[in-house]
Design a protein around this ligand. Structure first.
Ligand SMILES: [Zn+2]
Length: 454
């Protein structure tokens, strides 16, 4: 089905998770996509309007069918990507966070002053994420305004939906001379220039790229920069993305410098809004959860990265039960996989490890934290509906008025590890198998706003 979906009706089985913990399956349904790329109508087989819609679409030549073993799923949302770190994916994961930043990551990010290098790297990254079904991504760029504009151009040209920020980091105590904003003013001016640039990309009817103020994390920013970025976020009503209580070192640093936790400090600078994406948030306590929920900020749970750099497990079950907005992030390249499916699997795995415990020297009853597990339903919800809620975007599910960001998952694709048995597997079983075993080989088509992007 190698064509745009705008103005078309797609016939097939839909699987999505609009409600946390529930799988919704529409067998042999019709999805009617408007010429604007938004979903006009979703019609189940039992509906009286199914036949008239089917016949009209067929007569007009606008009907498209999914093949045997193919399922229509919402596109995936990746809430935390460091775009410039793409070339080091999978490398240097043996180091602690601070060494990883200083020896590998900052020198790599500094290279993006070279726009030819930036173009090559960013094109490769965006192509890869689209191939993995990531229709929406939240990207940290670098401190360079021109290279981050180029990232926005590439995302725009390739048709992905994205939130992008020029990274702000001006603290000479924590950032190397070769890689930090030249001054607080330069960091602020660059952030403003970038936001203005993104605002001019595309019109409001078909807006897919959004700007974010992006203080890297508290250690790398002066208080003045944090305060001014908070004001800028309010002035533009734009997204905010940063890291929150990621690791023991970072958490302790903020406690020592500010005498308070990350959540409280970000809040006093106006950086906790209903458009804020907080990466990790591993070491948040009950009071932090209350604050984050009251501000309607969201969390990017990055389970693969956390095992390498946080040395702890985010309590996803507890956060979801507390009503927080939570989605998933790859944290490229703190996490070694660009696949949100891999991060779904890991989110399930680490929640089970948290619940059961991992130290065999302890008695089973003293080993874990009860009621911590999530399952494939919640993982897929975070990867789609949950991520969309964090960003405040109408994507992640099939519903009238939502954008048509979707993918075809072919369970019978060659060279894949998916094993589906139509006579024995219900569609819910198939979603579980997809979440646990699908990869880019199974993703045969991807659309963003009804435009074919893979
Ligand atoms: Zn990160």
């Amino acid at each position: 089905m190698q064509s745009d979906a705008r103005g078309k009706t797609i016939r097939g089985t839909l699987i999505h998770t609009p409600v946390l913990g529930e799988v919704s399956v529409l067998d042999d349904a019709l999805v009617t996509v408007g010429n604007d790329g938004n979903i006009k109508q979703v019609t189940g087989k039992g509906s009286p309007s199914w036949n008239p819609i089917f016949q009209k679409a067929e007569q007009d030549g606008n009907l498209r069918h999914l093949g045997n073993g193919q399922y229509l799923l919402p596109g995936l949302v990746d809430l935390h990507v460091h775009a410039p770190q793409w070339p080091q994916l999978g490398k240097a994961l043996h180091l602690p966070l601070n060494d990883w930043l200083r020896k590998y990551t900052f020198p790599l990010e500094a290279k993006y002053e070279d726009l030819d290098f930036a173009r090559c790297s960013y094109r490769s990254l965006v192509d890869n994420l689209l191939a993995n079904g990531t229709t929406t991504a939240a990207y940290f760029g670098t401190i360079h305004v021109e290279a981050t504009k180029l990232l926005a151009d590439i995302v725009h040209e390739k048709g992905q939906r994205a939130v992008i920020g020029k990274v702000a980091m001006d603290n000479a105590d924590q950032c190397p001379d070769f890689y930090r904003d030249a001054s607080t003013t330069a960091g602020l001016d660059g952030s403003r220039t970038f936001i203005d640039y993104v605002s001019a990309l595309g019109n409001d009817m078909d807006r897919r790229v959004f700007a974010a103020v992006t203080p890297r994390f508290i250690p790398s920013c002066t208080d003045q920069l944090l305060a001014e970025l908070g004001k800028m976020a309010a002035e533009y009503d734009c997204h905010v993305q940063t890291h929150c209580s990621e690791s023991d070192w970072e958490h302790a640093y903020v406690l020592e410098r500010h005498g308070m936790k990350d959540t409280d400090s970000l809040d006093r600078f106006g950086l906790l809004t209903d458009k804020t994406i907080l990466a990790h948030s591993i070491l948040i306590d009950d009071d932090d959860m209350t604050t984050i929920r009251q501000r309607q900020s969201g969390i990017a749970h990055c389970p693969l990265s956390n095992l390498y750099f946080s040395h702890a497990v985010f309590p996803a079950r507890k956060a979801l039960d507390a009503g927080l907005k939570v989605g998933l992030g790859t944290d490229i390249s703190g996490g070694p996989s660009p696949s949100i499916f891999h991060n779904c699997q890991q989110a399930i795995n680490v929640s089970r490890a948290l619940e059961d415990g991992v130290d065999p020297c302890r008695a089973a009853t003293a080993r874990g934290t009860p009621d911590s597990r999530i399952n494939f339903r919640e993982a897929f919800w975070m990867a789609t509906t949950g991520g969309a809620k964090v960003l405040g975007l109408k994507t992640g599910r099939f519903e009238s008025g939502y954008v048509f960001d979707a993918m075809v998952v072919d369970t019978g694709a060659p060279d894949s590890n998916l094993v589906c048995w139509e006579e024995m597997d219900t569609p819910e079983d198939i979603l579980q198998k997809i979440v646990n075993n699908a990869d880019r080989h199974n993703i045969t088509n991807v659309w963003v706003q009804g435009n074919l992007v893979k």
